[in-house]
Design a protein around this ligand. Structure first.
Ligand code: OXD
Ligand code: MN
Length: 634
């Protein structure tokens, strides 16, 4: 597909890439000038000289351009247009069966010093990695269009925002980036005017020989997702899927931004962001970190079951959080869309998400209905007849495989969410009142516990973990550590990251710092039953938290933090037996001492770098637990 050929120009011959490589045809270069623009063009030329695309298109972010791209992808068989009667402006993409998720094993932090990547990241020596990448990217875009995608995370030009450019040979990545970020010429203008920007390069790694027939989802068996934190660059190769291709998301807004935040005194977090409005109309802002599969999107779009409470969505995945001059923490959602997991999202679990997906959505790897709409497990109780599965094969419940891939996704603009806050993209963000850390724990961790102070809250964040739920993922019941839900997303040594959290806390006004709580919706009774109904009823926990920070209710001291008096929980309209409530908050000092041993083992993996303040938290936790154990046996 040729875009905007009327304004095509021929590229600087110096980048033609040798006698056998025809010069790429270039379209839609914005007419800005200045040193910033020169630097951008020089970089585009440099990457084009390496990757040797047939065409280069500068994305202007216009609606017409987006429509041309989508139409082209349908014509080329890369997207299926859904029936506009059910799902206007929406498309289905089917990935290669081997390209269905982020590839953590092939994700690298190429920092100068190995210890700056830390034990939770794959480290690569940067000079050697650059040489390796030059090899794999050499000619990787042959026969394809290289798109130049200028994007802003946060409102364009906002005080908490950052900008970047993604070069990609995937039109799917371009249309996805256009939903997930603010893409357009106004970003290029900022670059031309001298703004700092992050360089990201993406290739699906499937060059086309002349006349070669393309496939709907090109990708490569060889994959790399490499971050250079010192030079703020990302190189991703071989995958067209999600976080491997939408480089603004996990690669930039978390891994690279966490490094920028470390250096500039702010936090890039894997957190949802909501505004909770109490029955008196007072608004509170809550940021919450949850590992995958812990109901994060559901909480981001919570519909409280208790009368009088409202939740407005601000973000579902990432928050950038900065101390303000007023001594509070201010947060933005840097993204512009939701890239959510489809399976399990349904009328009964997340009606807001379902309403958000009414149209203008790109679905990937979900099932197709014969009427041209989509379906996935959990969307409806009833399974529609004659489905086509995510790989394009006829499917029935007897097929023995899921109709939609378990990591199938929807990509949709945040603005389509019916409960999005009116000011969700306000450049200055919102002041945070509460930070939540959650995991999926069948045992030990109570429904909610309040940190005694900031350092204790950081300690709680550093110990987030979930039990492995299936033998295939490891030993059943074994803890999978996911501190701050950032394990795969922290761009530097996580021990330094814990220290950075302590430092940021030190810059806040003691009385205005957000209060930190740990939550666990997933505790089970001895009979294996969930003890807490979850979903909309999680608003009852938020209600207690808000009344707690407003000074309306007292808490009970326990060895692991402050617990609610169960009589203070608003349980009107639901039946939770007192025995279940007691079990939800029961603390067994012996198993908690074992938990403390596991935390010590985890901390030991950081070679003595875990901050002394957190070691002190661990020591005092043990002291309190030992005292409680002694009291229980006396
Ligand atoms: C995501 C993730 O895709 O956290 O958001 O894995
Ligand atoms: Mn996420």
């Amino acid at each position: 597909m040729e875009l905007n050929m009327a304004i095509a120009e021929t590229l600087n011959p110096s980048i033609a890439g040798g006698k056998n490589t025809p010069r790429p045809v270039v379209s839609a270069v914005p007419a800005y000038s200045g040193a910033g623009m020169d630097a951008l063009r020089a970089w585009v030329d440099e990457i084009a000289a390496l990757t040797k695309p047939a065409r280069i298109h500068w994305v202007d972010g216009s609606r017409a351009e987006n429509e041309t791209l989508l139409r082209g992808m349908v014509d080329e068989g890369r997207l299926i247009k859904l029936n506009p009667e059910w799902r206007p402006g929406s498309y289905l993409a089917r990935s290669h069966p081997g390209d269905v998720a982020r590839t953590e094993g092939r994700t690298f932090i190429a920092s100068e010093r190995e210890e700056d990547a830390g034990p939770t990241n794959n480290w690569a020596e940067p000079t050697a990695m650059r040489a390796e990448l030059e090899g794999v990217f050499d000619g990787s875009m042959r026969g394809r269009t290289m798109y130049v995608v200028p994007f802003s995370m946060g409102a364009v030009g906002g005080p908490l925002s950052h900008i970047g450019v993604q070069l990609t040979d995937s039109a799917y990545a371009v249309v996805s980036m256009s939903i997930m970020t603010r893409v357009g010429k106004d970003v290029t203008k900022l670059i031309a005017e001298g703004a700092d920007w992050v360089r990201t390069v993406h290739s699906v790694g499937a060059p086309l020989a002349p006349g070669e027939q393309d496939v709907p989802w090109p990708c490569s068996d060889t994959k790399y997702v490499v971050h250079f934190p010192e030079t703020l660059e990302v190189f991703s190769y071989g995958s067209g899927y999600g976080g491997n291709a939408i480089l603004a998301k996990k690669c930039f807004a978390l891994r690279i931004a966490s490094v920028i935040g470390r250096d500039q005194g702010w936090l890039a977090e894997h957190m949802l962001l909501i505004r909770v409005i109490d029955p008196k109309g007072k608004a509170y802002h809550v940021a919450a970190a949850f590992p995958s599969a812990c109901g994060k999107t559901n909480l981001a779009m919570l519909r409280p079951t208790i009368p009088g409470w409202h939740v407005e969505t601000l973000g579902d995945d990432i928050a950038w959080i900065r101390p303000g001059e007023d001594g509070r923490l201010w947060a933005i959602n840097p993204e512009a869309g939701f890239f959510g997991v489809a399976p399990g999202t349904g009328e009964s679990t997340n009606v807001t998400a379902i309403e958000t997906l009414w149209g203008n959505t790109i679905f990937t790897n979900v099932a197709l209905r014969p009427d041209g709409d989509v379906w996935w497990e959990g969307l409806t109780d009833e399974i529609p007849a004659n489905l086509t599965d995510w790989q394009g094969n006829p499917w029935t419940p007897q097929s023995g495989t899921p109709a939609a891939h378990p990591n199938s996704r929807f990509t949709v603009a945040a603005a389509q969410c019916p409960q999005i806050a009116e000011d969700w993209d306000a450049p200055q963000g919102v002041p945070l009142d509460v930070i939540l850390f959650g995991g999926r724990r069948a045992t030990n961790v109570p429904l909610v516990v309040e940190a005694t102070d900031w350092a204790h809250g950081v300690f709680l964040g550093s110990t987030i973990s979930s039990e492995r739920t299936a033998a295939a993922e490891g030993t059943l019941g074994e803890l999978r550590r996911d501190p701050f839900a950032m394990l795969p997303f922290c761009g530097y040594n996580m021990a330094d990251y814990f220290g950075h959290w302590l430092t940021v806390g030190g810059k806040l006004r003691h009385d205005l710092a957000p209060r930190i709580f740990q939550v666990n919706w997933f505790r089970r009774g001895a009979d294996g039953r969930f003890l807490w109904p979850g979903f909309g009823d999680n608003s009852r926990v938020i209600d207690w938290i808000i009344r707690r920070i407003s000074g309306e209710v007292e808490s009970i001291e326990s060895p692991i933090g402050r617990l609610p008096n169960t009589a203070d929980l608003n349980l009107e309209g639901i039946e939770v037996p007192q025995a279940d409530l007691d079990e939800l908050f029961s603390i067994d000092p012996t198993s908690w001492l074992h938990e403390a041993d596991l935390t010590e083992e985890f901390y030991a993996t950081f070679d003595g770098k875990v901050p002394a303040a957190l070691q002190a938290e661990l020591a005092s936790l043990r002291y309190r637990l030992t005292a409680a154990q002694a009291a229980a046996t006396n």
